[in-house]
Design a binder for this molecule. Structure first.
Ligand code: CAO
Length: 415
């Protein structure tokens, strides 16, 4: 079966996490992704957080599946020529260098357009135009500058960053959408364009409910679903809401049986209004279904702490999976707190290709996250990440270089 992006060639000039997330996704959809790296070193993540000496790290392998790797020194004049040939033969150049690095290399937007007017140039940067546009940025900087950290954690503690890589992988996802959109527009215009996904913008996009709450707070001075209500105080900015639900249906994380020994014996429980009577029945508080102090969502808001305390008395008598089974029968929205170990071992995630086992010539078998986006006519087969420069000769030959020319360029340190 063909793939959605068959025939699209991506010049992948990305490194670390944000850019590689984007190009890996495009590769999973069938694009030919050619990753350009420096000979001898490559993407810095190849050697970061290694678990096996001298073998590409899981950090690298899990972000670079289904790609080809070529080594080019793009500061070497002959290497530059090779990159120019690639620019002429590709549809999209994706990069996430520090601001200005591509220009310093000599590949300005104007130069790239001269070489290939159909070329889409897609970039991840830490910030968009403004006071921080020249800054280098990593994941947690973006989480802090995008509003996630100030709104995550508990009221009595410091800002907290999330384990979800919303700055890097989140921005990579945004960039991938920008690229396919630009490819679509190119069908009618015939021209390439610049695509920019700034990490601050991407994080803020994912934190939009907190910008919503900022304005609600300014208008009303109070947000009744936040744990600060009714006994705490609100300041000028959206406070950290602990585990409160970000939506209109109050929720909280509750202890389950075994919580004393198992740090993940918890369940997320949502007191969704349409199933309130069922919740009352399950936890043995039938009278709450009709008591005016508990019967309506508005009446419950000032009593959420007490209500969740009572529900927790029930959840603590069940394991998180037993609680799930019972609550699901009544359509009560809830979710177990799953550890990475539990997720890695979950058979249904293996079956759907969300978790995939991949074989690597140097490290052997390892687990990775497969394509989270499933297309019925473009299935994803995850193939291993390339070794450094594994496809240099192959790609150079496709560009028309002879073996003798390839050897000469290698001897000159250009590839
Ligand atoms: N041949 C020759 N030179 C190369 C090359 C190649 N194949 N590939 C990269 N280089 C050069 C670059 O041209 C750059 O040189 P100059 O500094 O002389 O211009 C140099 O390598 C380093 O690039 P860099 O500044 O991007 O890398 P860094 O490790 O110093 O910074 C990072 C890393 C991530 C902080 C920075 O790239 C950045 O801010 N990127 C944008 C935001 C982003 O994507 N952050 C998320 C990263 S994932 O957490």
């Amino acid at each position: 079966m063909g793939k959605a992006l068959d025939g699209v060639r991506i010049l992948d000039f990305t490194h670390v996490q944000s850019g590689p997330t984007c190009t890996q996704l495009l590769a999973w959809f069938g694009a030919d992704v050619i990753k350009v790296e420096r000979a001898g070193a490559g993407d810095i993540t190849r050697e970061q957080l290694r678990d096996i000496p001298d073998v590409d790290s899981l950090y690298f392998t899990m972000l670079n599946h289904n790609k080809r790797s070529v080594t080019i020194d793009t500061k070497n004049p002959e290497g530059k020529q090779v990159l120019e040939a690639l620019i002429q033969s590709c549809d999209v150049l994706v990069e996430n260098f520090a601001p200005g690095a591509l220009d310093r290399m000599g590949f300005t937007w104007e130069r790239i357009q001269e070489l290939n007017p159909r070329m889409i140039v897609a970039s991840v940067k830490g910030f968009g135009p403004g006071p921080y546009e020249d800054c280098k940025v990593y994941e947690n900087v973006a989480q802090c500058a995008g509003g996630a950290a100030s709104t995550t954690g508990f009221d009595d503690g410091p800002p907290v960053v999330s384990g979800a890589q919303i700055g890097d992988s989140g921005t990579g996802l945004h960039l991938a959408l920008g690229i396919v959109t630009a490819l679509f527009q190119r069908v009618s215009t015939g021209r390439g364009q610049k695509v920019l996904a700034a990490m601050q913008d991407g994080v803020l996009n994912l934190c939009r409910v907190k910008l919503r709450d900022q304005q609600r707070l300014e208008r009303t001075g109070v947000m009744k679903e936040y744990p600060q209500y009714p006994n705490g105080t609100f300041g000028e900015a959206v406070p950290r809401a602990g585990n409160a639900s970000g939506g209109g249906q109050p929720g909280w994380i509750l202890k389950c049986k075994g919580w004393e020994a198992d740090p993940n014996a918890y369940i997320y429980f949502i007191t969704q209004a349409p199933v309130w009577a069922k919740i009352c029945n399950v936890i043995g508080k039938e009278e709450w279904a009709t008591d005016p102090d508990y019967a309506t969502p508005a009446a419950r808001l000032p009593r959420l702490k007490e209500i969740f305390g009572e529900i927790e008395r029930w959840t603590m008598s069940k394991t998180k999976f037993e609680a799930m089974e019972i609550l699901n029968k009544y359509d009560i929205p809830c979710g177990p707190i799953l550890s990475m170990k539990e997720i890695a071992e979950e058979p249904s995630l293996r079956k759907t290709g969300t978790i995939v086992e991949v074989d690597h010539p140097q490290r052997g078998k390892y687990l990775t996250v497969g394509n989270p986006i499933k297309l019925s006519d473009s299935p994803t087969e995850v193939t291993r990440s390339p070794l450094l420069g594994e496809h240099t000769n192959e790609v150079m030959a496709e560009l028309g270089y002879t073996s003798a020319q390839i050897d000469a360029l290698r001897a000159a340190g250009a590839i």
